[in-house]
Structure formats: structure tokens, C-alpha cells
Write a protein that binds this ligand. Structure first.
Ligand code: PFF
Length: 450
């Protein structure tokens, strides 16, 4: 039997897992969600979800994955209840669907990176709007970019855990942070930027409707890659002395910090040039090119460089996340169907490319591709972020809190007693009661059952 990979060092563990967490969810989804849901008030609820539900949820997935050191389905089945495999299957299905639609947006980022380099994003507001419309409604180009992105991911995943995933994350994560900081400084120095900063930091709870809670919950789980079995799969490559509580806390804080930095990069610039913050998913493809052009009108070369840096940042962030989604299914097909890793990688690449093509067409050339009255792409986003991810985290909490032997949970939590920690009881209380109850309440409320 081939030896299983592990991440090489503590830093590698943090960077690869944070690489999965930090992605388009932080830089594309978080800002437009914040813009649509009232700014700072949304952020407060979001941070509450991360701290109260996210961190315990992450630890639970880590426990399942590290205990069994195998793919998600086997890992869930190995904690004492064979039927728990279905939680693993659910996670694998969720991450495969997410990879399908995520690759569409990642493909748009690649196109915009090349367009920025070629200087094609120079023009007035109408030109930029038309550029996006023409590109996204083309039947071929966005599909090719999306599939191309999945193939780049495929290439890294075939290199294996240490040589591929770990190396890519170690290189891309620091680069990403650096570019982000440069862009935040540039944005906050623009005239009138303070109104954007205020929008992000001063909560106005009168704008909060009940739906905002489920949106914030979905966003927190999506951003932390929680409920997809991704954390469980990555934890299967952790070492036995990895401190799970500390790793979960560090990753959750880093992820939230980067999301807020992304807000600080986008909103001050948007307010500075008088662009509305609530323009939705197209915020970074229509609004921002306008911002780059108007904000740096007197220094076009700075605008040119900033725009390239921004789309490069998005591509890097997306790649470290798509790698993790791909790895979930690859590890499953490799270990469960006993396929060579290379073949397992191909299965996932083909399935996700298929989903990506249909999602891309549904928001472009063929708007009739709908499910439940939504374009297929929006439907995939809705069903994963607002139903499948919370469901995955809910069932994992029930499993760890109520079904698995506490001894096993404690063993993983404190590394067999070698870690001195006072948080075990708080953690158990949280996974037993707080996490499942909060998810259930938010769910029932959203669907008008209570
Ligand atoms: N957390 C990623 C982001 O914020 O972009 C998205 C993601 C990655 C979701 C991996 C699910 C997953 F399994």
C-alpha cells in the first residue's frame, strides 16, 4: 500500500488549510454580501457565526479527519458509526458542486487578469459594463476559462500532497497577503475613502432582516470551507501532535481578517468614486474596473498595475481553494475505488468541468438553464452555501457531540493528554447544544417554519 502524504510542518498545515479557507469567498463573495446586507451590521453577525459556530465546527471536522487519516467518507465511517459515512458522501458531493460553479468565477478572474495585462479594461463605464456582458454571454470563452482553471487545479493535485498542494500554498499565500496589503493602502489613501471605511466599521442594525442571519451563516461556513469535508480531508494529512484548537482558531481568525481586508480594499475605493456598494456578484468585474480607472485617472500606469495585481490576487486565492475542493473527491476515488491517484484526479476534473460548463452557460449564453426559477449557477450557490454546508456541519456536530465516544473526542482534542487545555468542556458543550441548535433555529426561521 502506497504511503499516505502528510503536511511537512506546522506552518505548512496553517498555510494549506488557510489556503483552502481564503479564496473567492473572502475577496468576491464576502464584499458583495456585506454590500447587499447593510455593511458593518452584517460583519458583526458574520464574526459571531465564525466564533460561536465556525471554530467548534472546524475542530469537529479536524477530529474526524485526523483520527482516521483517510478520505472523508471512510473517516466519518471510522468514528464508531458506519452510517456516518453518509456525512462524508454529502461533503464530497457539496465540494464537487462548489468546485463546478466556483471555477466559473475563477475563470472570469483569469480572463480579467489577461484583459488587464492587455490593457483591455480601459474605457468608460458603459464600455466596462458591455465588456462584462459580452464576455459572460459568449457561449465558448467563459466555459473555456472555467475548464482551464479546473485543469490548472488538476495539475497541482496530481503532484500530490507535499509536492503539489503544500508547495503551492506556501508560495501563493504570502504573495496573496502582500498584494492585499498594497491594495488596501492604495484604496484607503484615495480622497473620500473614509465613507467606505465607515460603511464597513459602523454597524446599523436597522438594516438587518431575518434572512441576513442565514446569509451570514452560509457565508461563514463557505468561507471557512466548513461542512464540505474539506477540513476533514486536510486534517487527515495533519500530524498526530497538531494542536487542533489552536489551528482552527488561527485559521478562522486569519480567514476573517483577510475578508475584512478585502472589504477595506474594495469599499473605500468604491465610495471614493461614488459607486454603490450593493451591486452584487458583479462588484469586482464591473464596479472595480471603473474604480481603478476613475481613482487613478491622473496616474493611469498606477491604475494599470493595481488592476493586474488585483486579478492576480483573485486567481491565487481561488487556486488554493479549488485545490482543496478537488482533493476531497480525489482522495475519495483514490482510496475507496482503489484507482491510481492520477485516474482519480481525472474523474473529478471531468465531473467538475461538466458542472462548470452548464453553470457558465446559465449565467450567460443560455439563461433558460434554470432550476427552481434560478439560473443553474445561482441555484448551485444557494443549495450548497445555505443548505448543504449548514447540514454537513449540523450532522457532524450531532455525531461528535452525541454519538462518538467522548474518550475518542478528548484523545484527539488534547492529543492523547499531551496538551494541557481547559477548553475541552466548553468545546463539548458547544458541539452538543450551541452549534446544532443555532443552525437549526436559523434554518427553521429562514424557511418560515418558526
Ligand atoms: N473557503 C473557500 C473560499 O472562501 O473561497 C471556498 C471553499 C473551499 C468552499 C473549499 C468549500 C471548500 F470545500
Amino acid at each position: 500500500m502506497e504511503k499516505r502524504g502528510t503536511f511537512g510542518s506546522k506552518l505548512a498545515i496553517i498555510l494549506t488549510t488557510a489556503g483552502s479557507a481564503v479564496g473567492l469567498g473572502n475577496i468576491w463573495r464576502f464584499p458583495f454580501m456585506t454590500g447587499q446586507n447593510g455593511g458593518a451590521a452584517f460583519i458583526v453577525i458574520y464574526l459571531g457565526c465564525v466564533l460561536i459556530l465556525g471554530i467548534p465546527g472546524m475542530i469537529s471536522e479536524f477530529i474526524v479527519g485526523r483520527h482516521s487519516q483517510s478520505n472523508a467518507a471512510r473517516a466519518y465511517g471510522n468514528v464508531g458509526f458506519r452510517k456516518a459515512r453518509y456525512i462524508g458522501y454529502l461533503g464530497i458531493l457539496t465540494s464537487t458542486i462548489i468546485l463546478g460553479f466556483y471555477a466559473v468565477v475563477a475563470g472570469w478572474c483569469l480572463q480579467y487578469l489577461f484583459a488587464s495585462i492587455a490593457g483591455q479594461l480601459n474605457g468608460d463605464t458603459n464600455y466596462i459594463l458591455e465588456y462584462f456582458k459580452t464576455f459572460s454571454s459568449d457561449p465558448i470563452r467563459p466555459c473555456l476559462w472555467a475548464v482551464g482553471f479546473i485543469f490548472i487545479t488538476h495539475f497541482v493535485v496530481t503532484q500530490g500532497v507535499e509536492k503539489g498542494i503544500e508547495r503551492a500554498s506556501k508560495l501563493l499565500m504570502p504573495l496573496l497577503l502582500l498584494i492585499l496589503v498594497v491594495l488596501v493602502i492604495a484604496s484607503c489613501l484615495l480622497p473620500g475613502a473614509s465613507r467606505g471605511i465607515e460603511f464597513l466599521l459602523k454597524p446599523d442594525f436597522s438594516k438587518v432582516s431575518s434572512g441576513v442571519f442565514l446569509e451570514a451563516l452560509g457565508q461563514a461556513f463557505f468561507s471557512l470551507s466548513l461542512g464540505t469535508a474539506c477540513l476533514c480531508t486536510y486534517a487527515s494529512y495533519f500530524k498526530k501532535d497538531t494542536n487542533l484548537l489552536k489551528s482552527a482558531t488561527q485559521i478562522a481568525l486569519l480567514d476573517s481578517f483577510i475578508a475584512i481586508l478585502a472589504g477595506l480594499m474594495i469599499f473605500p475605493a468604491a465610495f471614493s468614486v461614488g459607486v454603490q456598494p450593493d451591486s452584487g456578484p458583479s462588484l469586482i468585474f464591473i464596479t472595480l474596473p471603473n474604480v481603478f480607472r476613475q481613482a487613478f485617472e491622473s496616474m493611469p500606469i498606477v491604475g494599470f498595475v493595481i488592476s493586474i495585481l488585483f486579478y492576480a490576487l483573485l486567481v491565487f486565492a481561488a487556486l488554493t481553494s479549488t485545490i482543496s475542493m478537488h482533493e476531497i473527491g480525489t482522495a475519495f476515488f483514490h482510496e475507496e475505488l482503489r484507482l491510481p491517484r492520477n485516474k482519480a484526479t481525472w474523474i473529478l476534473t471531468l465531473v467538475c468541468s461538466f458542472i462548470a460548463i452548464f453553470c457558465s452557460l446559465s449565467v450567460g449564453a443560455n439563461p433558460n438553464l434554470q432550476l427552481f426559477g434560478m439560473p443553474l449557477m445561482d441555484f448551485c450557490d444557494f443549495i450548497t452555501a445555505q443548505i448543504m454546508l449548514p447540514a454537513g456541519a449540523f450532522f457532524t456536530s450531532i455525531l461528535i457531540g452525541w454519538m462518538v465516544e467522548q474518550q475518542l473526542v478528548k484523545q484527539e482534542f488534547d492529543n492523547g493528554g499531551t496538551l494541557k487545555t481547559n477548553f475541552f468542556h466548553a468545546y463539548m458543550f458547544s458541539v452538543k447544544y450551541i452549534v446544532p441548535l443555532c443552525i437549526l433555529l436559523i434554518f427553521l426561521h429562514q424557511f418560515h417554519i418558526i
